[in-house]
Design a protein around this ligand. Structure first.
Ligand code: NZQ
Ligand code: ZN
Length: 385
């Protein structure tokens, strides 16, 4: 096992009616900025629950944070928060609102010239405004991690940052807030969480049986509970199991002490940046080709994944690995998620565009063996056409 430090200070408030308890988690007398998205919380009662819970606080609101949150929009929230001198932020929504809020929290006190440097130059974050979250979409794990992905519209860039200062102080996970999710967002959430596990699991073994089995437990639970949620989004138990699985997929436990990959996410972010394709769908496009192209280096884990998750027990190792990839593709397609670039009308010109920007960015040595180069990424994307 690799040496590791594990730090996760996020308090989880899980279950029905838990929004009311945010009152006890926000410092008395704090002026609270409430951030949210395009309006889903106004239609499902979540907004009203939050307002009721915040009755004893002075609040300021900032709505309109879009999917794949825009730097341009978030900077308007930063200006508002500075003017209003807010003390605490409460993010209410999906991964985009949470990620956007992490950026706002770090950008408010940022002393440098432009907070975009936090993303583009990995500028150091010396402090951040404390924030909590009410999650309404199980998918990203943002509710229990310190990562954030932000899009800059003017340059079509989508970049990530993380900092120990951008963990939420708490996150409310009430499955009932997710009952209004449309099938497309549920499917996205299942595929995103599933891929998060695979990025931390399908690498090479260094004898970490506990982490492997934890990863497999999350995968198997997503496979069992995901379709139940799709069939009946108001099934409380299924939603609760899905929600906690998605959180566990990316809260740091699966990554502790193991070898991780993350190249699928790195490449896939470009497809959202350039074409606005939903995050989960870009993963479903890139992942199969990534696994096939890199089968030799991931062979032992692919065989284990096939056996323990998909019950694939016959054939040569290569055949089993291919069968495991095929099972994964069938699973994505069963969620009504298409897995080829051509399904989204994206062609070779986009591959050249990505190659060009990776070249300008000096991208190199991706993947668990730090051996994945731009030429490989070009071939992988070509395989996914
Ligand atoms: O904006 P509103 O009106 O709230 O509608 C949203 C949005 O249109 C809607 N929605 C959310 N909760 C709902 C609901 N509709 C009905 N009922 C509800 N309860 O769903 C739409 C999508 O929301 P969004 O927040 O964009 O989805 P998701 O949670 O999948 O977040 C995706 C973003 O997270 C980033 C992605 O790159 C993408 O920008 N990621 C963040 C990660 C992290 N912080 O660790 C890791 C991930 O790999 C990912 O990159
Ligand atoms: Zn993801």
């Amino acid at each position: 096992m690799k040496n590791f430090q594990f730090y996760n200070p996020v308090r989880i408030l899980f279950g029905k009616g838990q929004i009311a308890s945010v009152t006890q988690q926000i410092p008395v007398g704090a002026k609270v900025l409430v951030t949210y998205g395009g309006g889903s919380i106004r239609h499902n009662g979540v907004y009203d629950q939050v307002k009721a819970a915040l009755q004893g606080f002075t609040t300021v609101e900032f709505g309109g944070i879009e999917a794949n949150p825009h730097y341009e929009t978030l900077m308007r929230a930063v200006a508002l928060a500075r003017t209003e001198q807010i003390d605490f932020i409460l993010a209410v929504g999906g991964g985009s609102v949470l990620d956007g809020t992490k950026f706002i929290a770090a950008a408010i006190p940022f002393a440098g010239e432009d907070p975009w440097d936090i993303l583009s130059r990995k500028a150091k974050i010396a402090s951040a405004v404390p924030f909590g979250a009410v999650l309404t979409l199980p998918a990203t794990g943002s509710e229990m991690n310190s990562g954030s992905v932000i899009t800059r519209v003017s340059t079509q860039e989508k970049l990530a940052f993380s900092s120990p200062l951008t963990f939420p102080k708490f996150s409310v996970l009430d499955p009932e807030t997710c009952f209004t999710l449309p099938p497309r967002q549920i499917a996205n959430g299942i595929a995103d969480a599933f891929t998060h596990v695979l990025e931390q699991y399908l690498t090479y073994s260094i004898n970490t049986p506990l982490q492997d089995r934890l990863a497999e437990a999350v995968l198997l639970t997503l496979l069992e509970e995901g379709p139940k949620v799709l069939a009946n989004p108001t099934d409380y138990d299924a939603m609760a199991n899905f929600m906690w699985s998605a959180t566990n997929a990316l809260n740091g436990t699966l990554a502790a002490g193991v070898i991780t990959d993350w190249s699928t996410h790195y490449v896939a972010h470009e497809l959202t940046a350039l074409h606005g394709i939903d995050h989960a769908r870009t993963l479903a496009i890139v992942l199969p080709a990534m696994l096939r192209y890199r089968r030799a280096g991931k062979l032992q884990k692919l065989v284990q994944y096939g056996q323990r998750v998909w019950n694939i027990t016959t054939g040569t190792d290569e055949e089993r690995a291919e069968a495991a990839v095929q099972a994964t593709v069938r699973f994505f397609e069963s969620l009504d998620i298409k897995t080829r670039l051509s399904d989204y009308e994206v062609g070779p010109d986009t591959i050249q565009h990505i190659v060009q920007r990776f070249t300008e960015r000096g991208v190199k040595n991706l993947g668990e063996r730090a051996d994945l180069q731009i030429a490989d990424i070009e071939k992988i994307l070509t395989l996914s056409l």
